[in-house]
Design a protein around this ligand. Sequence first.
Ligand code: 8OZ
Length: 381
Amino acid sequence: MQDRPTKTTPDLFTPIAIGPLALPNRIAMAPLTRSRAAEGNVPTALNALYYAQRASAGLSISEATQVAPEGQGYISTPGIHSAEQVKGWQCVTGAVHVAGGRIVLQLWHVGRISHQSFQPGGQLPVAPSAIRPNGQAFTANGFEPIPTPRALELADIPGIVAQYAQGARNAIEAGFDGVEVHGANGYLIDQFLRDGTNKRTDAYGGSIENRTRFLLEVVDAVIAVVGADRTGLRISPQNGQNDISDSDPQRLFNHVASALSGKDLAFLHVIEGDTGGVAVPPFDYKEIKRRFGGVFIANNGFDKERANEAIEEGRADLVAFGKPFISNPDLVTRLYLNAPLAPANRETFYGGADQGYTDYPLLRGVEPHSCYCDDLDRAWG
Ligand code: 8OZ
């Protein structure tokens, strides 16, 4: 069989290597919280089916997964800290692998975005500083105000870094191909990074170097366990989700990107702009990519055309799609064939069972001349 001719510029369907992983395309499945873990926050066979259905993604990134009981802030999100959870995830990774895919686990600690009802012993959630987020937690009793968190003592911090490392170790035992550290969306690492949530006066607060310290300690601890070539990081420089703010995100994240550049990470995954559709000031993401120097995954509301443009222009190496993967398990094929995308039903995003989760159908038919090959023929001219 002859290989298809190679285009001179890469696009979404150009294979790429990430560390030891050979990806057949540059479409990543973004981490998506779906709140369908079983009792004990254990992944199930239904979760395995859901991920296996989407295994044609070049890289699947798991939903955010708490590294410790204290890291939980929502109902039915999976964990990676108990033996049962590791066993549940083994079913997921096995199903993805037999379907031909690759999957990394997203390591998560929510910090202050939690509630006593999720915390061991009904304790307060923890954060860099005792600043209450404006928001509600969805608990077993419905929506309840998020409490003012307890500021972490200096002596608490190594234990939390170790929880990320243990989560990474457990992820490899569970059969994952690597991990993504969740440094985005206003959760614990982001709370340390930003001056709106970090008012510490010790080595973890104040200067940008100090606010970046926790992130780098977590990344280094995870690298020590799984290797840099299996460690990715997600950041969201301009996302205001979870009442997060910073006085100078460009300077902060320029520093973050430079600090990461020597570490040979597998990838940097960047949510560009705000996920709530809030208008944001100009931000130089190219500068982040330039400083980082490694594989750059762009995310947030891309369609095929904009994704291909970003890859062709070298602004991104891969593009992660979120919501389109919820309602289109065969998203990769649909994008290739220029086929229509099914809309996602928001009512079934979080919680429940198979409905709105594993029951979105595959494409059944296409227009005769809709193949992406046609575009390629033009490109090869
Ligand atoms: C939606 C609902 C709950 C959590 C994130 C982990 O934004 C999440 C999340 C998203 O990163």
